[in-house]
Design a protein. Structure first.
Lengths: 266, 457, 437
């Protein structure tokens, strides 16, 4: 099911491309939410999607692991490929896809289970490990990579909902890491957090880049500038500009991008 | 009937009072309506209330006491020999007099003294009726005159009417409280009488229920309610085994899987099931399910009686399915979508998400729903009365005939009992147990559900 | 971190391994079974509904066809009025059974023995005799003439013709003798015994004989009871809801009322019967078995339902309406009466109809206050002894004769018909007036 997309790729010898989107249109019922989106997300980079609220950046993010499938009235056109494989192809399984493309949500949403079971849930359903030392190791390494291990190692049996907001969000990141995804999608992961917790998460995102491809939606431009290497600016369902983060923030090509990053609207 | 006429008269006078009050206010204002403190219709309402309220109160109080008072007056006319009888036969005599007075055939030719008393009773009744009619009309008229006199430019008719209406609202909200108080008092009062004859421990822990035997002297040993409790328990368990899994799965399907089209079919099915009266379920159980159970039971080598706990329990389970499913539906829908998204985002399938995330999250609410369903099953009467029978067997065999607390209550009492036999009073003992158990279940369940809702609000 | 990369890559390959694929297939199988269980639950409920309604309808619709003897009756003066007087009192004392007997004997001359006559008379309902008397009393000129008359057949005849009494059963095991079966066949062949559409089951009063029993009395009783319930529960319920929702301060007292109402809604209905028995029958001395006391008990039972529905309806009226009305100088009570209540009315009405529908089908509490009495007369007032449809169903279902099954089922069809109409109206109202603010 490999798609020949040589004609889509901008020639050049940049880093390998993980996700390719071409001519993506999304409709909610009769209303069009995304209009002809095309971009390449590079491997082991942090790509930020920015733009004013309602611009479609979260919708696009949810297309990347087919979370929009859970919304009945949502319809998607165009092609999105993960490692050259069309994820909207019939043979692609959403379970498998979502195991490879994990997601962290805007509001921390730990399950009403213990901290341990929150992490162990994903590996268990996918059969990566059964209860026992193997699982303990997955839980520990996931929590370590999410920078949470030292804070919770003595209370793994306590409910995940009892943690603070920032800890909960790191728990959710650890939960996503535990199933060893290739891509992690983050939907405004810090919008519900205080500045210190936000700093923590941003640091963590930077570390995770080494092993994962990360796509982050944010409406905080400083955050985009701090954590990302590539930035796409969305406006009214269109992708206005996509470039290296540095370029976008120092030398925007489009007037609208410039207007947004200088705070004239948004 | 005079009271019917009086009601009509009072209503007429109320209307007249309204019109008089309004026109009086207009007259007082003399063309400058805006100078009235309240608009004329409030003056009308003011007079109308004065016309109707006192007369209606009189009617209510009067009809509470009229019958009893007149009956005792009629009894007073009886020969001394009759009046010296004991309380029980006096009640009987009173019933006889009332029957004769109402022209209900009593079988044998009544004694002349009784007939005389009945005649007195009827005379007094019609006399009282006319007195009431005259008094009530006079009171209404007096109210109109009194209220109309007060109407003036500055009378705060609106405030006074609204004040009375507010008092009316508060009184109405007391009815619900009074109902509960009435239930508790009537159960307690009669149950205490019962427990003064049958020790409460014998009642709660006795293994032998045979109220018929109580007439032959052995009162205490015949009122052991344990067989009724076990019968209730057995049927409730069977009903829950049917209703909880099916109701829960139906709720899960409706809230998580069903397309709008499927929901449009399934929802009415459950709503119709919920709306079918219990007596219909009872008939269904007796007509169809009980014989089916007999066939099934004999196929399995059991000896099945024509009435069985199984038939009643199964049908009761069917009846409770919509109850469980609609309560669980609410509870499941209260689980935040974010939790489902979190699970789907990890690559869980729908059923894994439901079983591992949604149901555990909804568990307290579901427990509450099941408790309410149990309370419903315990209090259900008709299905059991028609399909499970009256024999108080102490058994755990679902194919045997059992009886329940509610059935015993319903079958013992037909509205015409004497209130001094232990058999009649036993019903209030049972009623008290039923009320207390269901009350505890309801209070706990409602609290659990409320706590659960607060968690996700 | 570098060794972690190795580990991660190792694990990533697992999502493409055959083991994962196999596991995935298992997971999807579990998924399908789970979904099937859900569908199964719904289907089970649906099947039970169809089964229940089907049983009732199949058993009940035959009640609208009743067997009659179409015979020529000679209104023999010798039997009707031996004295020759045509006074009503003389006519009412006539031997009308003799007329029936003579009319039937003309069809079956073989039954002229004493035993035979008795067996023949068993085929016709006792109502036939009374219907002849009523005819004559209404039209005394009939005496001495002949006239074709339709005479109601007995329960056994009727049930036999409807196939509920097995022809193949041995003589001792069915309620008809072989000889009677022979007569029935003969009369059917001659066209004397016919089955006609009949609404008697609706329009007649109750009776001890299934073929004569109708539910008119119970219908009127239900109507009167519902009137009392409506007149009591709706004003009190709406007033309570208005007080709690619009005026009551939030304190422990109103909390208590609220908890109390919620619990009252879940009290078993039979407990309300005990309340009616001890409080209204015994203490206040209200008339036993009457629509009045039945209505009062059902009103108390329905009250919480109406209060809860009315409160929900009031709550759904947005505060902005109240603020707007208060802003132009209306008093709080005027705000409620002029603005809030009209907007909440459809919701209140829907709740009321649903509450009444429940009360209409309620049986248990009414048993305790004597509404199970056998009442032949159609109740003429609120205090007259009466019964209601569900109680009538309960009583009929308890009787042994085969004919009662059909009567009971027909009564259930009528009751369910009413309930379906009420619920449909409620759903319609809710749909029509549903408002999103």
């Amino acid at each position: 099911m490999r798609i020949d997309h040589s004609d889509w790729l901008p020639g050049g010898n940049g880093p390998p491309v993980k996700i390719t989107a071409r001519a993506v249109n999304v409709y909610y019922g009769a209303k069009q939410a995304l209009n002809d989106i095309g971009l390449d997300i590079e491997s082991n980079r942090v790509t930020a999607l920015i733009g004013p609220s309602g611009c479609g950046k979260s919708t696009f993010l949810r297309c990347l692991n087919r979370m929009n499938d859970t919304i009945d009235i949502c319809r998607i056109e165009g092609r999105i490929a993960l490692d050259g494989e069309d994820i909207y192809d019939k043979v692609i399984d959403t379970v498998q896809l979502r195991a490879r493309v994990g997601m962290v949500f805007q509001k921390p949403n730990p399950f009403p289970k213990s901290i341990f079971d929150n992490i162990a849930y994903g590996p268990r359903i996918h059969g990566l490990a059964q209860r026992g030392p193997e699982m303990d190791e997955i839980v520990q390494s996931s929590l370590e990579r999410a920078g949470l291990w030292n804070e919770v190692k003595d209370r793994l049996k306590e409910p995940g909902t009892g943690l603070s907001g920032g800890q909960q969000q790191r728990l959710c990141i650890a939960r996503a890491i535990a199933v060893s995804p290739e891509v992690i999608l983050m939907d405004e992961p810090c919008s519900a957090l205080d500045p210190i917790a936000t700093a923590h998460i941003e640091e963590l995102i930077d570390e995770l880049r080494e092993n994962y491809t990360i796509v982050i939606v944010t409406h905080n431009m400083q955050q985009a500038a701090r954590v990302s290497q590539k930035t796409a600016f969305f406006h009214l369902g269109n992708m206005v500009e996509y470039n290296d983060t540095e370029e976008i923030f120092t030398n925007p090509r489009d007037e609208r991008t410039q207007g947004y990053i200088t705070g004239r609207f948004g | 009937m005079q009271s019917t006429i009086l009601i009509a008269v009072i209503m007429g006078l109320t209307l007249v009072g309204y019109l008089l009050g309004r026109s009086r206010a207009v007259a007082v204002a003399g063309g400058r309506l805006s100078h009235l403190h309240s608009i004329p219709s409030y003056h009308g309402f003011f007079v109308a209330i004065w016309a109707g309220l006192p007369a209606f109160l009189l009617l209510a109080v009067w009809s509470c006491f009229q019958d009893q008072l007149i009956a005792s007056l009629a009894m007073a006319g009886l020969p001394d020999t009759v009046r010296q009888a004991d309380a029980q036969s006096l009640t009987l005599i009173k019933t006889n007099i009332l029957n004769i007075a109402h022209g209900i055939a009593t079988g044998s030719e009544p004694e002349p003294s009784l007939r005389e008393a009945a005649a007195t009773y009827n005379q007094l009744q019609s006399l009282a009726g006319f007195c009431l009619l005259a008094l009530g009309s006079a009171l209404a008229l007096a109210g109109i005159v009194h209220a109309r006199r007060q109407i003036s430019m500055d009378m705060r008719a609106r405030n006074r009417v609204e004040r009375m209406l507010s008092i009316g609202l508060v009184l109405c909200s007391l009815v619900a409280i009074l109902t509960t108080v009435g239930i508790v008092l009537s159960l307690l009062f009669e149950a205490i009488q019962f427990f003064s004859r049958v020790p409460i421990t014998d009642f709660l822990f006795g293994l032998h229920w045979n109220p018929q035997a109580a007439f032959s002297g052995d009162a205490a040993g015949s009122f052991g309610a344990v067989p009724l409790f076990t019968g209730t328990l057995l049927i409730t368990v069977i009903a829950m085994l049917v209703a909880v899994p099916i109701g829960l799965m139906a709720a899960i399907y409706m809230s998580e899987y069903a397309t709008p089209g499927a929901r449009a079919v399934a929802k009415p099915v459950l709503e119709i099931l919920a709306g079918i009266p219990t007596v219909v379920y009872g008939f269904f159980a007796a007509l169809t399910m009980a014989p089916a159970m007999q066939v099934l039971g004999s196929g399995l080598g059991f000896d099945v009686s024509s009435q069985s706990a199984m038939a009643a329990g199964l049908v009761m389970g069917i009846m409770i399915i919509p109850f469980v499913s609609s309560l669980s539906d609410d509870v499941i829908n209260a689980v935040p979508q974010a939790l489902r998204d979190g699970s789907y985002g990890l690559g869980a399938t729908k059923s894994e998400t439901i079983r591992e995330i949604v149901l555990p999250a909804a568990l307290p609410g579901i427990v509450g729903a099941v408790m309410l369903a149990i309370s419903r099953a315990i209090g259900e009467t008709m299905i059991v009365a028609m399909a499970a029978g009256l024999s108080a067997n102490l058994t755990a065999n679902p194919f045997a005939a059992v009886t329940t607390v509610t059935v015993q209550i319903a079958s013992t009492i037909r509205g015409d009992q004497e209130f001094d036999s232990p058999k009649t009073l036993s019903v209030f003992g049972l009623g008290l147990v039923l009320f207390v158990v269901t009350l505890i279940l309801n209070v706990v369940a409602l609290r659990v559900v409320q706590k659960y809702r607060e968690k996700y609000d | 971190m570098t060794d972690m990369t190795g580990e991660t890559i190792l694990k990533r390959s697992t999502y493409r391994s055959g083991a994962f694929e196999a596991r995935l297939r298992r997971r999807y199988r579990a998924e399908r079974w789970f979904q099937r269980a859900g569908i199964g639950a719904i289907v089970f409920a649906g099947l039970m509904l169809v089964f229940l309604l089907g049983t009732i309808t199949l058993n009940g619709f035959t009640a609208f066809w009743q067997s009659h003897f179409q015979v020529e009756v000679y209104f023999d003066p010798a039997a009707i009025t031996p004295s020759g007087s045509l006074e009503q009192s003389a006519l009412s004392a006539g031997d009308y059974q003799a007329l029936v007997r003579a009319a039937l004997l003309k069809q079956i001359p073989a039954a002229s023995s004493r035993d035979g006559k008795r067996a023949l008379m068993e085929l016709v309902s006792s109502a036939a005799t009374y219907s002849l008397r009523d005819m004559v009393m209404a039209e005394p000129a009939l005496v001495g003439t002949s006239r074709p008359v339709s005479l109601l057949a007995s329960d056994n005849t009727d049930q036999f013709l409807k196939g509920h009494i097995a022809r193949t059963a041995r003589e001792g095991e069915r309620t008809l003798t072989d000889r009677q079966v022979g007569w029935i066949d003969e009369l059917t062949a001659k066209g004397v015994l016919t089955r006609n559409f009949s609404l008697d089951v609706l329009t007649r009063a109750n009776s001890r004989q299934p073929e004569q029993a109708g539910m008119w009395g119970a219908l009127i009783g239900s109507l009167l009871t519902m009137l009392v319930t409506l007149a009591l529960a709706v004003p009190v319920g709406v007033a309570t809801a208005v007080y709690l929702e619009e005026f009551a301060p939030k304190n422990r007292w109103t909390d208590l009322i609220e908890v109390n109402i919620n619990n009252l809604a879940a009290v078993p209905s039979i407990v309300f019967g005990l309340l009616g028995l001890a409080m209204f029958l015994n203490f206040f001395g209200m008339p036993r078995s009457s629509a009045l006391i039945g209505g009062v008990v059902l009103a108390l039972m329905t009250l919480p339902t109406i209060i809860i529905a009315a409160r929900a309806a009031l709550k759904s009226v947005p505060p902005s309406i109240r603020e707007a009305a208060l802003g132009i100088g209306a008093s709080p009570l005027q705000v409620v009466i002029h603005h809030v209540l009209p907007l909440a009315a459809p919701g209140i009405l829907t709740g009321t109809i649903l509450g009444l529908a429940r009360a209409l089908g309620e049986t248990a509490p009414l048993l305790l206050i004597g509404m199970v009495a056998f009442v032949v007369d159609v109740p003429g007032s609120l205090s007259a002894p009466s019964t209601v449809l569900p109680v009538q169903i309960f009583m009929w279902s308890d009787a042994p004769e085969r004919g009662w099954i059909e009567r009971t089922s027909a009564a259930i069809m009528l009751l369910l018909g009413f309930l379906i109409v009420m619920n449909t109206v409620a759903v319609f109202l809710r749909k029509k007036f549903e408002r999103r603010w």
